[in-house]
Ligand binder design. Structure first.
Ligand code: GLN
Length: 294
């Protein structure tokens, strides 16, 4: 039974019952019930990160206690922690997230690192981020490259609302939002613009694998995950379609699934890219492929 805000409950009491409820619900997978119970509690009660350790003895406001209990129950039923918190960090920046937008993943930071390394000698790069979603890549680049101009292209009307919010949250004024389909670049991007770098973390999961994903991931928009029959649909389209939008020497940087390195490398070769490089993430999995327009 979850303690849900009776008059005498302390924050610590609430946390403990939240943690046990999550521990029971998560019994079968690698999870962090204590950490999640604390993060939700700190968020709902307006405590700073780690604040529970200092404030745990305080009596809990009963209405907030009920909200906490309800939120923990939703988490136990498989709603992503990040959606319940409403905020998630990427590249040490805050992002608003919720139903309708992909949650930024730590492995995507490798795509940002790669882009920053490729642009290190360019003080005013022009960049496009395709399938921008929450805007995590576009905004992380803009904040780390103050002289840049970044076009963030997103098709989903739900996702682009998060992009607007995240641009404001991060005061990333040099990000231009483009609500459009990456399949029609000439409708999305200003005619005559040429890019120093085009980056994308496109949907790359084979359609048949979507039903088997963990419950949290199934709550994320399938449009952000579904890469078609073999997961490679976007890697077939982006390299030829955007070749002519790159400046000579400009780079295309793509996040990929762990088993797509060879296939995407080949697609870049077939489309005339040079200096093609496959990079591994911190877990040692293939994660990014980049190449240049010669
Ligand atoms: N660019 C966003 C991210 O990396 C969204 C990607 C997507 O929707 N496929 O998280």
């Amino acid at each position: 039974m979850m303690t849900d805000g009776n008059a005498s409950a302390t924050l610590q009491n609430l946390y403990q019952s939240g943690r046990s409820l999550l521990a029971a619900a998560f019994a079968n997978h690698d999870a962090h019930p204590g950490r999640e119970a604390a993060l939700l509690l700190e968020q709902i009660f307006g405590l700073p990160r780690g604040g529970l350790a200092l404030e745990g003895h305080r009596p809990a406001d009963p209405a907030l206690g009920r909200l906490y209990a309800e939120t923990v129950r939703r988490r136990a039923k498989g709603e992503p922690l990040q959606y319940l918190l409403g905020r998630w960090e990427f590249y040490s920046l805050p992002f608003s997230v919720g139903p309708g937008v992909l949650i930024p993943r730590p492995e995507t930071e490798l795509a940002v690192d790669t882009a920053l390394a490729l642009l290190k000698d360019n003080s005013e790069p022009v960049i496009a981020d395709l399938c921008s979603g929450s805007g995590c890549i576009a905004i992380a680049l803009a904040k780390n490259l103050p002289g840049s101009l970044v076009y963030a292209v997103e098709k989903s009307s739900q996702a682009i609302e998060y992009l607007y919010r995240n641009r404001a949250l991060n005061q990333a004024d040099t990000v231009r939002l483009v609500w459009g389909d990456l399949l029609c670049p000439s409708a999305c991007l200003p005619r005559g613009e040429r890019f120093d770098l085009i980056i994308s973390n496109p949907p790359y999961i084979p359609t048949s694998q979507l039903p088997g994903l963990q419950p949290e991931v199934r709550r994320e928009p399938s449009m952000a995950l579904d890469g078609g029959g073999d997961g490679l649909d976007f890697y077939r389209v982006i390299p030829p379609l955007y070749f002519g939008w790159l400046r000579r020497g400009g780079a295309l940087v793509l996040e990929i699934g762990y088993d797509q390195g060879q296939a995407v490398t080949r697609l870049l070769q077939q489309n005339g890219y040079r200096d093609i490089t496959l990079l591994q993430d911190l877990a040692g999995q293939d994660r990014v492929v980049w190449g240049r327009r010669p």
